[in-house]
Design a protein around this ligand. Structure first.
Ligand code: IPM
Ligand code: MN
Length: 326
């Protein structure tokens, strides 16, 4: 986070001062108070232009507490229906894929619906006849707004290609709705070429032919899984950035690395801040600092192209900030 803020400050024009408020959330707050995201903090956050979220998570906190109580709470409270996750293989970065394919796509993951809503429960809990349900919620309103955004994004890119990923041969109710809305909204974008892949087939193509993708739109859970795979084929989760966007501007959008925390190396100054810095580039872009966002991304690209040896977290941040200001 410190390196991200360093690069942010270096990237902004001299007459633009960024005012930051730091909130100590995550495992530390939880252990101190039992809370994950106090209402007062949520209300204060709402008044900010954007949120930069550091990776959270610690094995001392029961699984699900911070995920639901902090991260998903923020995404839902601020209606971050657009979860943008670029998959880009920068020159000089080793992909585990043979032949270093050209990878440059963006996954538009729905962020507020699907199986993430927490709709479900257990019956006959604790018995050998226990039943658990996890109901995926899909609304026409929710699908249409994210699909339309994905079309707009595709229309603005050189290749103008949009792929819907779902599993409409099995998940016929939700998949049917996604498929119908995808086709209907497509009428507004005749210049965008479209295709459809079942999610299992998509995982094959992510590995065998990632260059075929331009913009991908998919539901919350498929998008979660696919974007970890996207990170893996583009140099690893340490480079993967994301934006949780509320395009209406009613709520602050939130930018975060796709990766979680790394408690095993906490405090040792060896975590790679690149995913956070690339998330800062997305934040700048979102706030209208388009040239500055491009500068940050170019600095990362130049750094990745010339990486040798081991550097500490702050050395990487310093090098990126220097490139951005130079
Ligand atoms: C991510 C994470 C989260 C998700 C978890 C921590 C709730 O895996 O941002 O991809 O599933 O969205
Ligand atoms: Mn994930």
């Amino acid at each position: 986070m410190a390196e991200g803020l360093k690069v942010l400050a270096a990237a902004l024009p001299a007459d633009v001062k960024v005012e930051t408020t730091e909130y100590d959330l995550g495992a530390r707050l939880y252990h101190r108070t039992g809370e994950t995201l106090p209402d007062g903090v949520l209300a204060e956050l709402k008044t900010h232009d954007a949120i930069l979220l550091g990776a959270i998570g610690d094995p001392s906190v029961p699984s699900g507490v911070l995920e639901r109580g902090l991260l998903l709470k923020l995404r839902f409270a601020f209606d971050h229906y657009l979860n943008l996750r670029p998959g880009k293989l920068f020159p000089g970065v080793d992909s585990p894929l043979a032949g270093q394919p050209q990878i440059d796509f963006v996954v538009v993951r729905e962020g507020t619906e699907g199986p993430y809503v927490g709709n479900g429960g257990t019956l006959r809990t604790g018995t050998e006849h226990e039943v658990a349900t996890e109901v995926s919620l899909n609304t026409a309103y929710g699908i249409e707004r994210v699909v339309r955004d994905a079309y707009r994004r595709a229309a603005a890119r050189p290749r103008k290609k949009l792929t819907l990923v779902h599993k409409n041969n099995v998940l016929v109710h939700a998949g049917g709705l996604w498929t119908r809305i995808f086709a209907a909204v497509g009428e507004e974008f005749p210049e965008v070429s479209t295709d459809y892949l079942h999610v299992d087939a998509a995982t094959i193509f992510f590995v065998t032919q990632p260059e075929r993708f331009d913009v991908i739109v998919t539901d919350n859970l498929f998008g979660d899984i696919l974007t970890d795979l996207a990170a893996a084929v583009t140099g690893g989760i340490g480079l993967a950035a994301s934006g949780n966007i509320n395009p209406t501007g009613e709520f602050p959008s939130m930018f975060e690395p796709v990766h979680g925390s790394a408690p095993d190396i906490a405090g040792q100054g060896k975590a790679d801040p690149t995913a956070t810095v690339l998330s800062v580039a997305m934040l700048l872009e979102h706030l209208g600092f388009t040239a500055e966002a491009a500068t940050v991304e170019a600095a990362v690209a130049a750094d990745l192209a010339t990486r040798t040896g081991t550097r500490s977290t702050s050395e990487v941040g310093d090098a990126l900030a220097a490139r951005v200001s130079g």
